[in-house]
Write a protein that binds this ligand. Structure first.
Ligand code: AP5
Length: 215
């Protein structure tokens, strides 16, 4: 099964992708996490994208398309993947279609997580993440089971993201409205898009996504 989790910054894509990965044996392909790993390593790609990401702008399409194309060709993706953060522009959606077609693969579901902007601001304002595996936590809504320790990988490197500052968040919302929302009609027309209520609590959102996948 191959699926996309779509939604604005802070909608809960990463939180739900981690749950689906564990429940269904799918591979989470989180482009934000991949880019943050490049930044942390200080490699040429990381140096190129660091400032773009911190300001809240989108990284150029060609970088992301190449990254995803090489990743979905790896053996662990053969039994299915969850795209979290890709595609984010119409050219990325078109490139994804072409790469899946070339491999004889298809998208089974595109799940749109709808959340009010005020709730997104609240979620991003209280978010911290695992610096090792990318798992997201929240100061009020989603604390780790053991204080200071990632539930998923056990790392104690819990960090606040530079792009969760209010000025970057505003830029990320604008990028979503102007560059990512235009891909929604593309998936609606192809019949794979389902909207869910991302305002619900984390467990209820998981139940809604599971109901979509069970169809
Ligand atoms: P990326 O890392 O993909 O960021 P994003 O899309 O802005 O999404 P987030 O990770 O902020 O949010 P999320 O939806 O995963 O929410 P989360 O589960 O963490 O991208 C970062 C940057 O990389 C981009 O700005 C861009 O520069 C670059 N980039 C990445 N992909 C790109 C692409 N394809 N093209 C170009 N550039 C690209 O949840 C948020 C918080 O809410 C957490 O604290 C969580 O605990 C909490 N929470 C989750 N669900 C709930 C709930 N139901 N109720 C209450 N709290 C909840």
């Amino acid at each position: 099964m191959n699926l996309i989790l779509l939604g604005p910054p802070g909608a809960g894509k990463g939180t739900q992708a981690k749950r689906l990965e564990q429940a269904h044996g799918l591979v989470q392909l989180a482009t934000g996490d991949m880019l943050r790993a490049a930044v942390a390593s200080g490699n040429p790609l990381g140096q190129r994208v660091k400032g773009i990401m911190e300001a809240g702008h989108l990284v150029p399409d060609a970088v992301l398309i190449e990254m995803i194309e090489s990743r979905i060709g790896q053996p662990d993706c053969a039994s299915g993947f969850i795209l979290d953060g890709f595609p984010r522009t119409v050219p990325q959606a078109e490139a994804l279609d072409a790469m899946l077609k070339a491999r004889g693969q298809k998208l089974d579901h595109v799940v749109l997580m709808e959340v009010d902007e005020a709730a997104l601001v609240d979620r991003l304002g209280g978010r911290f993440s695992c610096g090792a595996c990318g798992a997201s936590y929240h100061e009020r809504y989603n604390r780790p089971k053991v204080e200071g320790v990632c539930d998923i990988c056990g790392s104690t490197n819990l960090i606040y993201r530079a792009d969760d500052r209010p000025e970057s968040v505003a830029t990320r919302f604008a990028a979503y409205r102007n560059q990512t929302a235009p891909i929604l009609p593309y998936y609606k027309d192809s019949g794979v898009l389902t909207s869910i209520d991302g305002m619900a609590d984390i467990d209820e959102v998981t139940r809604q996504i599971e109901a979509v996948l069970a169809r």
